[in-house]
Every structure is written in C-alpha cells, then in structure tokens.
Design a protein around this ligand. Structure first.
Ligand code: PRP
Length: 233
C-alpha cells in the first residue's frame, strides 16, 4: 500500500485480528464532531458521498450502510477509532494524530487529511510560571499521559502525570497541577483561564489509519480510497 508507515514493533499481534469480509462494504470508523464535519466534504469531493452518516439523516444510528458506494460507516468515539481499526472491526478509520500517537498502536497511516488541525501544548498559569530548575515536585494534568511522559522524558524533567478526561484547563487553577498538556485550537480556552503557552509539543491533524489485516486483504479498495482522497486534499 502506498505511503504506509510500517511499524517494527515487538508488541504481540492482537488475537482475532480480522478484516471485514472481502467483497463486502469497506468499513470506516469515524468520530462525530470536527473531524466528521471536515471529512464529509473531502470525501464528497473525492466522489464518496457519506451524507447518509450525517447526524440529521442518521439520527442515533451508529452503523450506517451506504450500499451505493459499497461502504459502511461506524460512528465511534475519537479515542476508540484505533481500537476498531487495529482489531479489524473497521477496515480503516480517521483519527487525530494526538490520539494515534498517544495510543501508538500497530496501524498504518497512509494519508494525513490536513483536517481537524490544532496543536498540543504545554501551558501554565500566567501568574504562576513553573521554574523547571527549582527541583520541586511538578504535576502535569492531561488527557494524553503517554505523550506527556515521552515529552518530559525527552526534556529530562521528572514530574508526576495526572490523567484527566476533560476540562483540563481548570487543573492548575484549583491546585491539582502545575501545568497542563492539552489541545489548543483558537486559544480562547487558555485565554479565558489566564493560562499561557509554554511550548508546542505536537502539530495535530487527522489521518487515515488502516489495520494490518485490512492493509493486506483489502489493499485494492483502500489504495483506491486513499488515492482519491489524496487527489483532493
Ligand atoms: C478542547 C481542548 C481545549 C479546547 C481548545 O476541549 O481540550 O479545552 O478544546 O479549544 P480552543 O483553543 O479553541 O479554546 P474539548 O472541547 O474537546 O473539551 P474537553 O475540555 O472536554 O476536552
């Protein structure tokens, strides 16, 4: 498959890896929200109309067949996309680089779609800047503990990482952490909480990810889909 990122990892191959049935619909795991909203026009431009999976038409349905394109869309949480794809429940998915790098699963990433752009940054209260040299016990709150640990390790900073699931910006304001690692888009949430960016640790956009089994068994259809999308981004 063109442009694939083969990972030589020692992790055991997951049991029961499958690809969805060979002649059947190609199954795509998609999260609702910004990625979905930006992916839809891109797919349309590439000749694949996923409009049936759009909220007003799909309602609460989470499995949406699109027989005229021989496709099937699974609506899943963004952080769950890699699991569906790695285990072969979806042939491919679209996930942010933040999620993909945090989970570091055994997936190919043949195409960056350039959508859902944001940055992962370290931030701290404007009026309580951290002195990294002061040898105090530092705490970082984040939804991305692995990426945060890797970043701190690379910088030689010893700190505690506290995993949260949302509203990260309040952690340093109420004494839970000294700094946060979080996504920034417009910067408005940081501004409203009087936090300042210390540094960017990852430029984020959404990527196509493909499982190992699907890359082998459904390569023709996946290569075609990737080529069509590549032509319009
Ligand atoms: C994300 C992110 C920031 C915010 C950044 O949160 O975690 O909180 O968006 O956007 P901005 O720079 O445009 O203000 P999300 O909306 O996903 O909610 P969460 O707090 O539950 O993570």
């Amino acid at each position: 498959m063109a442009g694939k990122k083969a990972k030589a990892k020692a992790a055991p191959e997951p049991t029961k890896v499958k690809a969805t049935s060979n002649g059947g619909p190609l199954t795509i795991a998609l999260p609702r929200g910004r990625i979905f909203d930006e992916a839809l026009p891109l797919f349309k431009k590439a000749g694949m109309d996923l409009g049936a999976a759009d909220k007003p038409r799909a309602g609460r349905k989470l499995i949406i067949p699109i027989p005229e394109q021989n496709l099937k869309v699974l609506i899943v949480r963004d952080a769950d996309v890699p699991a569906y794809v790695e285990h072969g429940a979806a042939d491919l998915g679209i996930a942010g680089r933040d999620v993909l790098e945090e989970q570091d699963r055994d997936l190919y990433e043949p195409l960056d779609l350039g959508i859902g752009r944001c940055r992962m940054v370290v931030a701290e209260p404007e009026d309580h800047p951290v002195d990294e040299m002061a040898m105090v016990h530092l705490r970082y709150a984040t939804k991305f503990p692995e990426l945060t640990r890797r970043h701190l390790q690379a910088r030689g900073v010893v700190a505690e990482v506290i995993k949260l699931y949302g509203s990260i910006e309040i952690a340093p304001l109420v004494g839970l952490a000294d700094r946060i690692v979080d996504l920034v888009s417009s910067g408005e949430t940081l501004r409203q909480h009087r936090l300042r960016e210390v540094e960017t640790i990852l430029e984020v956009s959404a990527r196509i990810c493909v499982g190992r089994a699907a890359a082998k068994l459904r390569s023709d259809r996946i290569d075609d889909l990737v080529a069509r999308l590549r032509a319009v981004i």
